[in-house]
Design a protein around this ligand. Sequence first.
Ligand SMILES: Nc1nc2c(ncn2[C@@H]2O[C@H](COP(=O)(O)OP(=O)(O)OP(=O)(O)O)[C@@H](O)[C@H]2O)c(=O)[nH]1
Length: 564
Amino acid sequence: MNSFFGKLRLSSLMTLAVCATVALTVALQLTLVSHFAVRQSSEEAELRLQQLSWQMRDSLNRVIEQAIGDAKLLTQLPQVRHAQNPEEARTVLESLQRTFPDYAWIGIADIDGAVTASTGRMLEGANVGKRPWFLAGIQGVHATDYHPAVLLEKILPKTPDPWRFVDVSGPILDRSGKPVGVLGMHLSWEWARRHARTLLTPALREYGAEILVIRDDGTVMLGPQSLVERKVNTTSLRLAQKGMTGSLREVWPDGRAYLTGYSQTGDMLDPSSLRWTVLVRQTEDRALESAVDLKQRMLGWSALLGMVLAVAAVLLARRLTRPMAVLREAIERVTAATDAGKEPPPIPQIDGFLEAQILSSTMRDLVRSETAHREALIALNERLEATVAERTAELQALLLRDVLTGLPNRRALLEALPETMSRARRVGRPSALLFLDMDGFKAVNDNHGHEEGDELLRQFGQRLVQGVRKTDMVARLAGDEFVVVLEMLTDAAHAEDTARKLLARMKEAFVLRTATVTVGASIGVALHGAEDAPDLDAWLARADHAMYAVKRTGKNGVALAASA
Ligand SMILES: Nc1nc2c(ncn2[C@@H]2O[C@H](COP(=O)(O)OP(=O)(O)OP(=O)(O)O)[C@@H](O)[C@H]2O)c(=O)[nH]1
């Protein structure tokens, strides 16, 4: 895990973090929307459907009770009880029909079932003695369940829906309380259809709400065309038939999920009352449409917001990391310059957010103090070397020989030279001073250390000794300066020739302890003829100047000083 994050850039990390936060927030919001909005919509829809079912139930109950009341009232009227005059009876029946046109037919039958008076004279003279309403009505006031019209279907005017009736009938009693006839009323089912239409507002119809009125045996009396007069069996129906009211979600035989409100008409305690179930259903999709729509819109907006935030995070992350990239490059340049022994470039001042500014100025101070430290160290080192060289020179001046190379030192040389000059005069042959200064010695010291430098000085001195006659003298003056004294020469060319041979030897590689190096030498040659005045300082100065002439003109060479 650690190595995974370790490989990611800060900008990628920030983008990831923002995307994860947005995704989490969206997921949380959607969960909350699903939980609250969808649940609330579902509860509201169920409540609405339940209330509609109650309203329909109450309407049905009210109309049936009204019809029973009307039947009771009619059977009490003298025009009906003593129906000697059918005209009078018919007038009463028709006046009631006018107040409530859904009474499709009201009639009076005598005790044998012969219709004596009726609205519109329909079925007068016909015998209805076997009709269920007649048989039930003899017993007492009674409502007979929904049924198709039998005798009246052909007589009544044609309607879009077939004639269906709910009958209410009651006995007509004489003074002694004996039934002498039956009053029957056919209540057209159209009123129930109309009530359902009134309750279902256009909005509800648009959202697919449907009202179903179902007979006790499961037959649909009112509802969608595909279900009318077919049997259904749903959980809501069974619950309503047990006397419960409420609402639930259930899958109907058409395979779709519906929210269904349910209730039942009639009176549980009165077995003769009409027990119809009223179901009001709405497809779950339509009921929750607004909540689902809200959820989808939220998802869309959240996705858009997520993308905008992710882009903003990328831009912000780049802006945040840019100063760090600039600092990193500056530090790399400082490191490269320091490794190459060069002056490190300054760290730039970063203009950006506060932390980056503080970081850059801290880095600048750090590099500045590091540079100052290094310079102080170099200066100290140089001072130390100078002091050591000074002390060594002082020491060597006190001694008979150079401590490092074992060769004669400056003092020994200066003591020996007067004798050399008098020997030249005595034997009549010239002598010469070769003033040598090594080329490239400092680099050996710097690159391989002082000890290797010492070793080179020793080997350099030995090569000089091996390159001349035993009677000649090789001395080390100081640092990388050597002097060779040649005697018994033939002429200046002899001295110069020897100097060139020595130079050739010095150019060969020196194998030190840890490295093999190549150096060179600048050689100044000054001849002292047998007849020359014995001026030691002048002789040395001529050789020295000739050596410097070589140094000036490109090093690694031999120059002959003008004769004294
Ligand atoms: N190892 C070692 N170094 C010494 C000794 N005495 C002097 N030096 C160093 O020798 C170096 C002599 O410097 P230069 O003569 O300028 O070196 P170079 O590279 O030969 O330069 P050129 O003479 O201009 O060609 C200095 O860095 C001295 O510190 C010594 O006894 N031992």
